[in-house]
Structures are given as C-alpha cells and as structure tokens.
Write a protein that binds this ligand. Structure first.
Ligand SMILES: [Fe+2]
Ligand SMILES: [Fe+2]
Length: 277
C-alpha cells in the first residue's frame, strides 16, 4: 500500500499520469441524502469518479486532491476519504480548501447571510509539499484561510515556491485550491486567492513553471498567463455556472475530474472527463 503522502513517483514509460480530484464536499453520512440542494450525493459521486477514472485505459501514477474535501470539518469524513484513496494503492496527496478550514453555518442561505466559523485543518492536508518525478517537480501549496471563502497565497509560501523553483530546473506543476486568475464570474472572482498579483510577479522569472491546477471554481477552464497554463477543474460533485456574475449552479454539468500527462520532455497534455450517466 502506498504510504501517505506521496514524495517520489517513478513511471515505467515516458510520462507520469496525474489524476486531479477536487471539491469532494463530503458530509457526515446521516446528511448525505438530505443536505445538498442539488439533490446530488457527493459521497456516491466521489466514489463513482474514483472508480470510473481508475477503470479507464490509462495508468494512474498519482492522485492529487485539491481541496474542499469536506463540507463540515470532521475527522470521520477525512478518515473515510483517506480509506477510499488508500484502497486504490496509488500514491496520493491532499491539500486544503476553504471548506477544510471553515464551517459554513446556514448553508441553505445565500452566501452573504452565512456564518463562517474557522476550524483547524486536518493534519493530513499538506502545505509546501514537493513530489518529485524523474523529470518533473510537483509543488503543493495551501491557499486556504480559516474563516474565509477567499484564499490567499501567503508571502511565506511564495518564498518557499521561489526557492523550490530556484533549486531545480525541472519543469514544475503547482497545485493549490484557490484560483489565481480571474474566471470572468464576479461572485467566484470575489473568492480568488488574494495576493495573486504579487504571486504572478514573483514567479515571472521561473520559465520552467509550466502549469497550475486548482479547484474551488467547480468548473472547467483553461487559461494562460506569463507562459503558464492554468487549469481549473470541475468538482467531483456539483458544478457552478461559468461566466455568471451571480451565484448559480450548473445543473446540467456532470461531476468531473482531470487528467494531466507530464511527459519526460517537459510537455503537458491535460483533459477533463465527466462521470458517465
Ligand atoms: Fe468547493
Ligand atoms: Fe473552495
């Protein structure tokens, strides 16, 4: 069984295949069938996504879980998620999202009427973590701020990132929960990673930072800035409508996940898959 967290990944061919899962939003079992306004069952869709992805005709070398694992901070839910992931026997690593460090009370109300209660992060959620492959470095940052929906790339984490990028010339993939480029959706962009402009300025010398993956926005988008490809990935449960200035679910969008193929020559290919009906 793979030990947690993943530190080093080797693959038998010319590439490392990474599966990104994000925004699982699992609740305690008694609430699974009643709490979600979208009528979807996040636990079921998470497990279906894992099964479908791993049944595909592609070898999975690493699973990255990019935050919002839970909808309420409770060790039992993390134990369940970690058990599901451990059972895959594939190396994996998890970082926090806002919901991993904040309980949102009155979640049936509009966002501005909810009460946000800071919570300590589960110790299994990582920050400033490196996963080395033979040809790539994968860097994980915690962008979550307890008690807030918006994130922040902290100055100390930017320092760490720059130092990692200085010490290795390998192409780099950065994973964090919050988006660092606006999505052209006003309400989502209110909850972007604060400090993003400083982040972009500081990373500009490092041309080998190839790609950034995040969650939080519950939708698929691909953008580019400063030569960095920036991937946003659907939730394994429910989705938000792209390009909406007011909060809106995308009820027609299925649960999803992202594959990233990191090739030995530094190129990257990525695509999103949706859960079969
Ligand atoms: Fe989320
Ligand atoms: Fe989030």
């Amino acid at each position: 069984m793979a030990s947690y967290p993943a530190h080093k990944i080797s693959s038998p061919d010319m590439q490392v295949n990474v599966l990104q899962l994000t925004d699982l939003h699992l609740s305690m079992p008694k609430e699974l069938f009643t709490a979600d306004r979208t009528q979807s069952n996040c636990q079921q869709s998470f497990e279906q996504v894992v099964k479908q992805a791993l049944d595909e005709d592609i070898r999975c070398d690493l699973i990255l879980v990019t935050g919002d694992l839970v909808n309420q901070v409770n060790r039992t839910i993390y134990d369940h998620i970690f058990a599901v992931l451990q059972r895959t026997q594939i190396p994996f690593a998890c970082i926090a999202g806002n919901h991993d460090v904040t309980d949102e009370l009155y979640s049936e109300r509009p966002f501005f009427q909810r009460e946000l209660v800071p919570q300590p992060a589960d110790p299994r959620l990582l920050n400033q973590h490196v996963i080395e492959t033979d040809y790539w470095q994968i860097l994980l940052l915690d962008s979550a701020v307890a008690g807030k929906v918006a994130g922040k790339v902290q100055n100390k984490d930017i320092e760490w990132l720059c130092s990692q990028l200085s010490t290795s010339n390998k192409p780099a993939l950065l994973a964090l929960h919050h988006h660092v480029l606006p999505m052209q959706s006003e309400w989502i962009d209110d909850h972007i990673a604060q400090n993003a402009e400083v982040f972009w300025q500081r990373i500009s010398p490092f041309k080998h930072l190839s790609a950034i993956i995040s969650g939080h926005t519950h939708q698929e988008q691909v953008r580019c800035r400063q030569g960095v490809t920036v991937y946003s990935t659907p939730s394994t449960c429910y989705q938000f409508k792209p390009y909406e200035d007011d909060f809106a679910y995308d009820k027609n969008a299925r649960p999803g996940y992202r594959w990233l193929q990191l090739a030995n020559n530094g190129s990257i290919v990525s695509w999103v898959k949706r859960l079969d009906t």
